[in-house]
Design a binder for this molecule. Structure first.
Ligand SMILES: Nc1ncnc2c1ncn2[C@@H]1O[C@H](COP(=O)(O)OP(=O)(O)OP(=O)(O)O)[C@@H](O)[C@H]1O
Ligand SMILES: [Mg+2]
Length: 438
Protein backbone atom coordinates (compact mmCIF):
# COMPACT_ATOMS: atom_id res chain seq x y z
CA UNK A 1 0.00 0.00 0.00
CA UNK A 2 1.40 3.34 -0.96
CA UNK A 3 0.81 6.22 1.32
CA UNK A 4 -1.09 9.32 0.35
CA UNK A 5 1.78 11.63 -0.40
CA UNK A 6 3.50 9.09 -2.61
CA UNK A 7 0.27 8.66 -4.49
CA UNK A 8 -0.08 12.40 -4.93
CA UNK A 9 3.50 12.69 -6.17
CA UNK A 10 2.97 9.95 -8.70
CA UNK A 11 -0.16 11.62 -9.99
CA UNK A 12 1.59 14.93 -10.33
CA UNK A 13 4.40 13.25 -12.26
CA UNK A 14 1.96 11.77 -14.71
CA UNK A 15 1.11 15.27 -15.76
CA UNK A 16 4.69 16.47 -15.90
CA UNK A 17 6.94 13.45 -16.36
CA UNK A 18 10.03 15.56 -17.03
CA UNK A 19 9.83 17.49 -13.79
CA UNK A 20 13.07 16.29 -12.26
CA UNK A 21 12.88 18.01 -8.88
CA UNK A 22 9.47 16.46 -8.41
CA UNK A 23 10.73 13.01 -9.31
CA UNK A 24 13.69 13.45 -7.04
CA UNK A 25 11.30 14.23 -4.25
CA UNK A 26 9.35 11.07 -5.00
CA UNK A 27 12.49 8.96 -5.15
CA UNK A 28 13.76 10.31 -1.86
CA UNK A 29 10.41 9.76 -0.20
CA UNK A 30 10.43 6.17 -1.38
CA UNK A 31 13.92 5.76 -0.01
CA UNK A 32 12.81 7.13 3.34
CA UNK A 33 9.94 4.68 3.34
CA UNK A 34 12.46 1.88 2.75
CA UNK A 35 10.89 1.06 -0.62
CA UNK A 36 14.25 0.46 -2.20
CA UNK A 37 13.21 -1.14 -5.47
CA UNK A 38 10.75 1.62 -6.21
CA UNK A 39 13.25 4.29 -5.21
CA UNK A 40 15.88 2.69 -7.42
CA UNK A 41 13.55 2.90 -10.43
CA UNK A 42 12.88 6.58 -9.90
CA UNK A 43 16.51 7.54 -9.31
CA UNK A 44 17.42 5.71 -12.50
CA UNK A 45 14.72 7.52 -14.46
CA UNK A 46 16.15 10.82 -13.27
CA UNK A 47 19.64 9.81 -14.31
CA UNK A 48 18.45 8.70 -17.73
CA UNK A 49 17.17 12.22 -18.26
CA UNK A 50 20.06 13.98 -16.59
CA UNK A 51 23.14 11.83 -16.09
CA UNK A 52 24.83 14.59 -14.05
CA UNK A 53 22.19 14.69 -11.30
CA UNK A 54 24.39 14.21 -8.26
CA UNK A 55 21.50 14.01 -5.83
CA UNK A 56 20.07 11.09 -7.75
CA UNK A 57 23.46 9.39 -7.65
CA UNK A 58 23.69 9.89 -3.93
CA UNK A 59 20.20 8.43 -3.61
CA UNK A 60 21.10 5.48 -5.78
CA UNK A 61 24.23 4.80 -3.73
CA UNK A 62 22.06 4.75 -0.61
CA UNK A 63 19.64 2.36 -2.24
CA UNK A 64 22.36 -0.05 -3.27
CA UNK A 65 23.93 0.18 0.14
CA UNK A 66 20.62 -0.80 1.71
CA UNK A 67 20.22 -3.61 -0.79
CA UNK A 68 23.66 -4.83 0.24
CA UNK A 69 25.04 -4.37 -3.25
CA UNK A 70 28.26 -2.96 -1.92
CA UNK A 71 30.41 -3.17 -5.01
CA UNK A 72 27.97 -1.03 -6.94
CA UNK A 73 27.70 1.37 -4.02
CA UNK A 74 31.47 1.74 -4.04
CA UNK A 75 31.60 2.48 -7.75
CA UNK A 76 29.02 5.24 -7.45
CA UNK A 77 30.55 6.74 -4.32
CA UNK A 78 34.01 6.82 -5.82
CA UNK A 79 32.59 8.96 -8.57
CA UNK A 80 30.68 11.40 -6.39
CA UNK A 81 32.73 11.74 -3.21
CA UNK A 82 35.42 13.97 -4.71
CA UNK A 83 33.80 17.38 -4.75
CA UNK A 84 31.07 16.43 -2.33
CA UNK A 85 31.30 17.80 1.14
CA UNK A 86 28.85 15.39 2.73
CA UNK A 87 31.05 13.40 5.08
CA UNK A 88 28.33 10.88 5.74
CA UNK A 89 28.98 9.59 2.24
CA UNK A 90 32.54 8.83 3.22
CA UNK A 91 31.39 6.86 6.21
CA UNK A 92 29.07 4.91 3.94
CA UNK A 93 31.92 4.36 1.52
CA UNK A 94 34.05 3.04 4.32
CA UNK A 95 31.35 0.65 5.46
CA UNK A 96 30.75 -0.55 1.92
CA UNK A 97 34.45 -1.29 1.61
CA UNK A 98 34.43 -3.16 4.89
CA UNK A 99 31.32 -5.16 4.12
CA UNK A 100 32.51 -6.07 0.65
CA UNK A 101 35.68 -7.51 2.12
CA UNK A 102 38.20 -4.73 1.47
CA UNK A 103 39.02 -4.53 5.14
CA UNK A 104 42.45 -3.05 4.84
CA UNK A 105 41.37 -0.26 2.54
CA UNK A 106 38.39 0.45 4.75
CA UNK A 107 40.70 0.77 7.73
CA UNK A 108 42.89 3.28 5.94
CA UNK A 109 39.96 5.37 4.81
CA UNK A 110 38.43 5.28 8.27
CA UNK A 111 41.59 6.30 9.98
CA UNK A 112 42.00 9.27 7.74
CA UNK A 113 38.38 10.22 8.14
CA UNK A 114 38.44 10.18 11.91
CA UNK A 115 41.80 11.90 11.89
CA UNK A 116 40.25 14.88 10.17
CA UNK A 117 36.98 14.81 12.00
CA UNK A 118 36.66 12.72 15.15
CA UNK A 119 32.90 13.38 15.13
CA UNK A 120 32.64 10.92 12.27
CA UNK A 121 33.39 7.96 14.48
CA UNK A 122 31.02 5.15 13.82
CA UNK A 123 30.22 2.20 15.97
CA UNK A 124 30.44 -0.54 13.38
CA UNK A 125 33.73 0.79 12.08
CA UNK A 126 35.08 1.34 15.57
CA UNK A 127 34.34 -2.23 16.43
CA UNK A 128 36.27 -3.37 13.44
CA UNK A 129 39.19 -1.02 13.67
CA UNK A 130 39.30 -0.27 17.33
CA UNK A 131 42.74 0.74 18.14
CA UNK A 132 44.48 1.94 21.19
CA UNK A 133 41.68 4.10 22.28
CA UNK A 134 41.16 5.25 25.79
CA UNK A 135 38.50 7.74 26.44
CA UNK A 136 38.48 10.53 28.98
CA UNK A 137 37.61 9.65 32.52
CA UNK A 138 36.45 6.47 34.09
CA UNK A 139 33.66 4.18 33.08
CA UNK A 140 31.08 5.04 30.50
CA UNK A 141 31.98 4.56 26.93
CA UNK A 142 35.53 3.74 27.83
CA UNK A 143 34.63 0.20 28.72
CA UNK A 144 33.51 -0.43 25.22
CA UNK A 145 37.07 -0.22 24.05
CA UNK A 146 39.15 -0.93 27.02
CA UNK A 147 39.21 -4.65 27.39
CA UNK A 148 40.90 -5.89 24.29
CA UNK A 149 41.83 -2.54 22.88
CA UNK A 150 45.45 -3.32 23.26
CA UNK A 151 46.21 -6.87 22.53
CA UNK A 152 48.56 -8.36 25.03
CA UNK A 153 49.70 -11.85 24.22
CA UNK A 154 52.08 -14.49 25.41
CA UNK A 155 54.03 -15.44 22.33
CA UNK A 156 54.58 -19.12 21.77
CA UNK A 157 57.75 -18.60 19.78
CA UNK A 158 61.23 -18.07 21.19
CA UNK A 159 64.76 -17.57 19.86
CA UNK A 160 64.75 -21.11 18.49
CA UNK A 161 62.17 -19.99 15.98
CA UNK A 162 64.40 -17.23 14.74
CA UNK A 163 66.94 -18.32 12.15
CA UNK A 164 70.31 -16.56 11.97
CA UNK A 165 70.32 -13.02 13.44
CA UNK A 166 72.90 -14.13 15.97
CA UNK A 167 74.40 -10.71 16.48
CA UNK A 168 70.99 -9.17 17.10
CA UNK A 169 69.98 -11.96 19.47
CA UNK A 170 73.18 -11.43 21.43
CA UNK A 171 72.58 -7.71 21.70
CA UNK A 172 69.07 -8.26 22.92
CA UNK A 173 70.26 -10.84 25.38
CA UNK A 174 72.91 -8.59 26.81
CA UNK A 175 71.02 -5.36 26.73
CA UNK A 176 67.60 -6.37 27.89
CA UNK A 177 67.25 -10.01 28.85
CA UNK A 178 70.25 -10.41 31.15
CA UNK A 179 69.56 -7.18 33.03
CA UNK A 180 66.09 -8.42 33.70
CA UNK A 181 67.23 -11.78 34.95
CA UNK A 182 70.19 -10.59 37.01
CA UNK A 183 69.18 -7.26 38.38
CA UNK A 184 71.38 -7.62 41.50
CA UNK A 185 74.51 -8.22 39.47
CA UNK A 186 73.98 -5.15 37.40
CA UNK A 187 73.34 -3.20 40.57
CA UNK A 188 76.56 -4.52 42.11
CA UNK A 189 78.58 -3.07 39.27
CA UNK A 190 76.55 0.09 39.31
CA UNK A 191 75.37 -0.55 35.80
CA UNK A 192 72.18 1.20 35.00
CA UNK A 193 69.37 -0.86 33.58
CA UNK A 194 66.83 0.50 31.20
CA UNK A 195 66.48 2.00 27.82
CA UNK A 196 65.38 0.29 24.73
CA UNK A 197 66.57 -1.24 21.53
CA UNK A 198 65.78 0.11 18.15
CA UNK A 199 65.77 -2.36 15.29
CA UNK A 200 65.98 -0.95 11.81
CA UNK A 201 66.37 -2.38 8.37
CA UNK A 202 64.62 -3.46 5.19
CA UNK A 203 61.12 -4.91 5.36
CA UNK A 204 60.55 -8.57 6.05
CA UNK A 205 63.87 -9.29 7.72
CA UNK A 206 62.49 -10.34 11.06
CA UNK A 207 62.20 -7.26 13.28
CA UNK A 208 58.67 -7.99 14.39
CA UNK A 209 59.30 -11.71 14.51
CA UNK A 210 62.32 -11.25 16.74
CA UNK A 211 60.53 -8.87 19.10
CA UNK A 212 57.82 -11.47 19.62
CA UNK A 213 60.36 -14.21 20.09
CA UNK A 214 62.14 -12.09 22.70
CA UNK A 215 58.98 -12.05 24.78
CA UNK A 216 58.60 -15.80 24.32
CA UNK A 217 62.22 -16.37 25.25
CA UNK A 218 61.70 -14.96 28.75
CA UNK A 219 58.04 -15.87 29.05
CA UNK A 220 57.01 -12.25 29.16
CA UNK A 221 53.84 -10.72 27.85
CA UNK A 222 54.01 -8.89 24.59
CA UNK A 223 52.24 -5.74 23.59
CA UNK A 224 52.59 -4.48 20.07
CA UNK A 225 51.71 -0.92 19.30
CA UNK A 226 51.60 0.62 15.85
CA UNK A 227 52.61 4.21 16.34
CA UNK A 228 50.50 5.43 13.50
CA UNK A 229 47.51 3.96 15.30
CA UNK A 230 48.22 5.93 18.43
CA UNK A 231 48.88 8.93 16.31
CA UNK A 232 46.11 8.98 13.80
CA UNK A 233 43.21 7.04 15.06
CA UNK A 234 42.25 9.23 17.92
CA UNK A 235 43.94 12.43 17.22
CA UNK A 236 43.80 14.80 20.12
CA UNK A 237 44.14 12.26 22.86
CA UNK A 238 47.27 10.61 21.51
CA UNK A 239 49.41 11.52 24.50
CA UNK A 240 46.92 10.02 26.85
CA UNK A 241 46.68 6.90 24.73
CA UNK A 242 50.41 6.53 24.76
CA UNK A 243 50.53 6.94 28.50
CA UNK A 244 47.87 4.26 28.86
CA UNK A 245 49.86 1.94 26.65
CA UNK A 246 52.88 2.29 28.92
CA UNK A 247 50.79 1.96 32.04
CA UNK A 248 49.22 -1.21 30.82
CA UNK A 249 52.62 -2.65 30.04
CA UNK A 250 53.91 -1.65 33.48
CA UNK A 251 51.00 -3.43 35.08
CA UNK A 252 51.95 -6.78 33.61
CA UNK A 253 55.71 -7.04 33.80
CA UNK A 254 57.79 -8.69 32.61
CA UNK A 255 56.54 -7.26 29.39
CA UNK A 256 58.01 -6.59 25.98
CA UNK A 257 56.53 -3.37 24.74
CA UNK A 258 57.02 -3.27 21.01
CA UNK A 259 56.62 -0.09 19.00
CA UNK A 260 56.28 -0.81 15.35
CA UNK A 261 56.91 1.86 12.67
CA UNK A 262 58.22 4.08 15.42
CA UNK A 263 59.51 6.53 12.79
CA UNK A 264 55.91 7.68 12.38
CA UNK A 265 56.53 9.75 15.48
CA UNK A 266 59.20 11.77 13.83
CA UNK A 267 57.45 11.93 10.51
CA UNK A 268 54.46 13.47 12.16
CA UNK A 269 56.30 16.67 12.75
CA UNK A 270 56.60 17.56 9.13
CA UNK A 271 52.94 17.17 8.35
CA UNK A 272 50.08 19.42 9.20
CA UNK A 273 49.59 18.20 12.74
CA UNK A 274 52.88 19.67 13.78
CA UNK A 275 52.18 20.69 17.31
CA UNK A 276 50.40 17.45 18.15
CA UNK A 277 53.46 15.59 16.90
CA UNK A 278 55.86 17.48 19.11
CA UNK A 279 53.77 16.92 22.19
CA UNK A 280 53.51 13.25 21.44
CA UNK A 281 57.24 12.92 21.03
CA UNK A 282 57.78 14.59 24.37
CA UNK A 283 55.26 12.30 25.97
CA UNK A 284 56.98 9.29 24.44
CA UNK A 285 60.37 10.43 25.66
CA UNK A 286 59.21 11.01 29.20
CA UNK A 287 57.54 7.60 29.27
CA UNK A 288 60.76 6.04 28.02
CA UNK A 289 62.75 7.90 30.65
CA UNK A 290 60.38 6.58 33.27
CA UNK A 291 60.49 9.93 35.03
CA UNK A 292 57.16 9.65 36.72
CA UNK A 293 56.87 5.90 36.72
CA UNK A 294 58.88 2.80 37.18
CA UNK A 295 59.91 1.00 34.03
CA UNK A 296 61.39 -2.02 35.80
CA UNK A 297 60.61 -5.22 34.01
CA UNK A 298 59.65 -3.35 30.90
CA UNK A 299 61.60 -4.23 27.77
CA UNK A 300 61.16 -1.66 25.09
CA UNK A 301 61.83 -2.52 21.48
CA UNK A 302 61.17 -0.21 18.58
CA UNK A 303 61.25 -1.09 14.91
CA UNK A 304 61.47 1.04 11.83
CA UNK A 305 62.29 0.93 8.15
CA UNK A 306 63.18 4.61 8.20
CA UNK A 307 65.41 5.46 11.16
CA UNK A 308 66.45 8.68 9.42
CA UNK A 309 63.00 10.09 10.05
CA UNK A 310 63.37 9.74 13.76
CA UNK A 311 64.08 12.55 16.11
CA UNK A 312 67.70 12.30 17.38
CA UNK A 313 66.36 12.86 20.89
CA UNK A 314 65.25 9.24 20.83
CA UNK A 315 68.82 8.06 20.69
CA UNK A 316 70.00 9.58 23.95
CA UNK A 317 71.18 7.28 26.72
CA UNK A 318 68.36 5.57 28.53
CA UNK A 319 66.14 5.80 25.50
CA UNK A 320 66.73 3.85 22.32
CA UNK A 321 70.41 3.71 23.08
CA UNK A 322 71.11 0.55 21.11
CA UNK A 323 70.42 0.92 17.46
CA UNK A 324 70.69 -2.35 15.63
CA UNK A 325 70.73 -2.96 11.93
CA UNK A 326 68.66 -6.00 11.04
CA UNK A 327 70.09 -6.99 7.72
CA UNK A 328 68.88 -9.57 5.24
CA UNK A 329 70.00 -13.00 6.42
CA UNK A 330 73.36 -14.28 5.21
CA UNK A 331 73.70 -17.72 3.67
CA UNK A 332 73.86 -19.56 6.99
CA UNK A 333 70.94 -17.48 8.25
CA UNK A 334 68.85 -18.32 5.20
CA UNK A 335 69.56 -21.99 5.66
CA UNK A 336 68.47 -21.82 9.29
CA UNK A 337 65.35 -19.84 8.41
CA UNK A 338 64.34 -22.34 5.72
CA UNK A 339 64.85 -25.14 8.17
CA UNK A 340 62.48 -23.48 10.62
CA UNK A 341 59.90 -22.71 8.00
CA UNK A 342 59.88 -26.21 6.56
CA UNK A 343 59.70 -28.00 9.88
CA UNK A 344 56.77 -30.37 10.14
CA UNK A 345 56.06 -30.46 6.40
CA UNK A 346 56.46 -33.56 4.20
CA UNK A 347 60.07 -33.25 3.09
CA UNK A 348 62.35 -35.19 0.77
CA UNK A 349 66.07 -35.26 1.31
CA UNK A 350 66.84 -31.60 1.15
CA UNK A 351 69.98 -29.69 0.33
CA UNK A 352 69.04 -26.43 2.01
CA UNK A 353 72.56 -25.15 1.65
CA UNK A 354 72.11 -25.15 -2.10
CA UNK A 355 68.87 -23.24 -1.76
CA UNK A 356 70.45 -20.76 0.65
CA UNK A 357 73.24 -20.20 -1.85
CA UNK A 358 70.81 -19.28 -4.57
CA UNK A 359 68.76 -16.86 -2.52
CA UNK A 360 71.16 -14.00 -1.91
CA UNK A 361 69.28 -10.84 -0.90
CA UNK A 362 66.13 -12.72 0.14
CA UNK A 363 64.53 -11.56 3.36
CA UNK A 364 62.79 -13.87 5.81
CA UNK A 365 59.51 -12.81 4.26
CA UNK A 366 60.87 -13.64 0.80
CA UNK A 367 61.91 -17.09 1.97
CA UNK A 368 58.45 -17.54 3.42
CA UNK A 369 57.05 -16.70 0.01
CA UNK A 370 59.30 -19.32 -1.58
CA UNK A 371 58.11 -21.96 0.85
CA UNK A 372 54.50 -20.92 0.30
CA UNK A 373 54.87 -21.29 -3.46
CA UNK A 374 56.25 -24.81 -2.99
CA UNK A 375 53.50 -25.81 -0.62
CA UNK A 376 50.84 -24.54 -3.00
CA UNK A 377 52.34 -26.48 -5.90
CA UNK A 378 52.50 -29.63 -3.83
CA UNK A 379 48.92 -29.19 -2.71
CA UNK A 380 47.77 -28.78 -6.27
CA UNK A 381 49.61 -31.94 -7.28
CA UNK A 382 48.24 -33.80 -4.29
CA UNK A 383 44.69 -32.90 -5.20
CA UNK A 384 45.03 -34.52 -8.59
CA UNK A 385 47.11 -37.53 -7.55
CA UNK A 386 45.61 -38.05 -4.11
CA UNK A 387 49.06 -38.51 -2.54
CA UNK A 388 51.03 -35.82 -0.71
CA UNK A 389 54.47 -35.70 -2.31
CA UNK A 390 57.40 -34.46 -0.22
CA UNK A 391 59.00 -31.10 -0.97
CA UNK A 392 62.29 -31.51 -2.84
CA UNK A 393 65.31 -29.30 -3.28
CA UNK A 394 64.43 -28.68 -6.90
CA UNK A 395 60.97 -27.42 -5.88
CA UNK A 396 62.54 -24.83 -3.61
CA UNK A 397 65.03 -23.80 -6.26
CA UNK A 398 62.26 -23.42 -8.79
CA UNK A 399 60.16 -21.33 -6.44
CA UNK A 400 63.12 -19.11 -5.60
CA UNK A 401 63.40 -18.26 -9.29
CA UNK A 402 59.76 -17.24 -9.39
CA UNK A 403 59.87 -15.00 -6.34
CA UNK A 404 62.01 -11.88 -6.59
CA UNK A 405 63.72 -10.59 -3.45
CA UNK A 406 62.24 -7.43 -2.01
CA UNK A 407 65.08 -5.84 -0.06
CA UNK A 408 66.93 -4.03 -2.86
CA UNK A 409 64.65 -1.06 -3.07
CA UNK A 410 65.17 -0.30 0.59
CA UNK A 411 68.92 -0.29 0.14
CA UNK A 412 68.64 2.23 -2.68
CA UNK A 413 67.20 4.71 -0.20
CA UNK A 414 69.30 3.62 2.74
CA UNK A 415 72.53 3.97 0.76
CA UNK A 416 71.92 7.69 0.37
CA UNK A 417 71.36 8.28 4.04
CA UNK A 418 74.34 6.16 4.94
CA UNK A 419 76.56 8.07 2.55
CA UNK A 420 75.34 11.59 3.11
CA UNK A 421 73.64 11.72 6.49
CA UNK A 422 75.70 9.33 8.51
CA UNK A 423 76.00 11.32 11.72
CA UNK A 424 78.57 9.81 14.06
CA UNK A 425 78.70 6.62 12.07
CA UNK A 426 75.11 5.74 12.80
CA UNK A 427 74.69 3.87 9.55
CA UNK A 428 78.12 2.31 9.26
CA UNK A 429 76.46 -1.09 9.38
CA UNK A 430 74.61 -0.31 6.19
CA UNK A 431 77.81 0.75 4.51
CA UNK A 432 79.62 -2.38 5.52
CA UNK A 433 76.71 -4.54 4.43
CA UNK A 434 76.91 -2.85 1.04
CA UNK A 435 80.69 -3.33 1.16
CA UNK A 436 81.17 0.40 0.70
CA UNK A 437 83.24 0.73 3.84
CA UNK A 438 84.74 -1.66 6.27
N1 LIG B 1 65.16 -14.83 11.13
C1 LIG B 1 63.95 -15.34 10.87
N2 LIG B 1 63.63 -16.58 11.29
C2 LIG B 1 62.41 -17.10 11.02
N3 LIG B 1 61.44 -16.46 10.36
C3 LIG B 1 61.71 -15.22 9.92
C4 LIG B 1 62.96 -14.60 10.15
N4 LIG B 1 62.94 -13.38 9.61
C5 LIG B 1 61.73 -13.24 9.07
N5 LIG B 1 60.98 -14.34 9.24
C6 LIG B 1 59.63 -14.54 8.75
O1 LIG B 1 59.35 -13.57 7.78
C7 LIG B 1 58.16 -12.86 8.06
C8 LIG B 1 58.42 -11.38 8.02
O2 LIG B 1 59.22 -11.00 9.12
P1 LIG B 1 58.88 -9.74 10.03
O3 LIG B 1 57.45 -9.41 9.93
O4 LIG B 1 59.43 -9.97 11.37
O5 LIG B 1 59.71 -8.65 9.28
P2 LIG B 1 59.94 -7.11 9.68
O6 LIG B 1 61.40 -6.90 9.68
O7 LIG B 1 59.19 -6.80 10.90
O8 LIG B 1 59.33 -6.40 8.42
P3 LIG B 1 58.66 -4.96 8.32
O9 LIG B 1 59.77 -3.97 8.30
O10 LIG B 1 57.97 -5.04 6.99
O11 LIG B 1 57.74 -4.82 9.47
C9 LIG B 1 57.72 -13.29 9.43
O12 LIG B 1 56.41 -13.78 9.33
C10 LIG B 1 58.63 -14.41 9.86
O13 LIG B 1 57.90 -15.60 9.90
MG1 LIG C 1 57.52 -5.60 11.21
Amino acid sequence: MENESIKALREALEHSPTNLPLRLHLAQSLLNLLQYDEAEKEFKKILSQDPQQTKAKVGLAKVYFQKEQYKTTIVILEEIIPGNSDEALQVMYCKALLRSGSTKEAGEVYRELVGFNPALRDEELDQQFRSYHFDQGEGGEEDLYDEDAMESIRPTINFNHVGGMNRVKEEIDLKIIKPLQHQELYAAYGKKIGGGILLYGPPGCGKTHLARATAGEIDASFISVGISDVLEMWIGSSEKNLHEVFERARSQTPCVLFFDEVDALGASRSDMRQSAGRQLINQFLSELDGVKANNDGLLIIGATNAPWHMDPAFRRPGRFDRIIFVEPPDQAGREAILQIMLAGKPLGKLDLRAVAKKTEGFSGADLQAVVDICVEDKLKAAFSSGVPEPIQTKDLLKASKIHKPTTREWFNTARNYALYANESGLYDDILSYLKIKK
